[in-house]
Design a protein around this ligand. Sequence first.
Ligand code: PLP
Ligand code: COI
Length: 342
Amino acid sequence: MDPKTIEWGKLDFSYKYVPYRFHRHWKDGSWDPGQLVTDNKLLIDEGAVCLHYGQEIFEGMKAQRSQDGRIWLFRPYENAKRFNASARRLLMPEIPEKEFVGAIRQTLLANEEYIPPYGTGAAMYIRPFMLGVGENLGVRPAKEYLFVVFVTPVGPYFKQGFKPISLKVETYYDRAAAHGIGQAKAGGNYSASLLPLKNARDEGFDEVVYLDSIQHKYFEETGASNVFFILPDNVIATPKSDSILNSIVRRSLMEVARQDFGYRVEERPVSVDEIGTFLEAGACGTAAVITPIGCLGYLNKRYTFYGDGKEAGPVTTRLYRHLTALQVGDIEDTHSWLEEVH
Ligand code: PLP
Ligand code: COI
């Protein structure tokens, strides 16, 4: 892929090869210094714990350029903290936050020409991950670990961009158990979501929104994002649950909504019985950015928001514009959320 010929505005959310990635090994209680490598293939033992017992965690981040061409990350130390929280849950070694962000910085700068220009709608997606490697047949943590950061230029996660999507409210399958690994960004949560997602797509929906695994009554999140709901009287509700990912984008949006826009933000269990009261709904996350939810299909009924669910509502639109402008430096970063990469 020659960066000079990339049609940035046409990129989708898929893996594209770029020249460098960062590798670092952990063995006998410590990390090696790590290095940039060019080979995108990994050579690991067939008995590796990540392959059999899912000892794998990851993060998802984006780097974007401001109008003057500078490169910015959005709250990368929050990703570092969450990566280490996931590592603790899966009994994997932690990485000092500065070193986690440093590895990302090195990988981005090595592939700088592939970071999409300002104003194209594209971004450099960053995928740090850690694998339990080394041979290990019994169910126990690996003795060796591999930390990798790869980057790849991407367009929108949902191909239509900022247009409402339809979600199936999943009443049978669960993404994560109540006290399982739902709060960790671990591959196993995503493998659990593949079949329900296929079923939902076969039924004409774009995505799935899961309910709590005990009562199937309270909203959790989608397979790849958190959710929020706009209620009457300037209230925004977003699910509180111990089995969802603690989304950095959602936390940021709720802070903006509360502090900058004057909304009352309620982080609480949100029941499916409240569906009829939602004025607007949205999915949010690094890949999803903010994607309006136009329709929820629940028990053979379809509930649409903001009229017939074909257009984004005003609150979702205002949040989207604010977040996307903030992330590329078009408006002042009053919360100090941006980190320059140089
Ligand atoms: N929930 C899930 C299941 C996700 O995969 C993601 C993506 O990272 C999110 C929520 C959103 O998290 P963040 O806003 O930190 O990207
Ligand atoms: C992200 O938003 O970065 C994610 O990790 C979601 C991913 C499943 C595409």
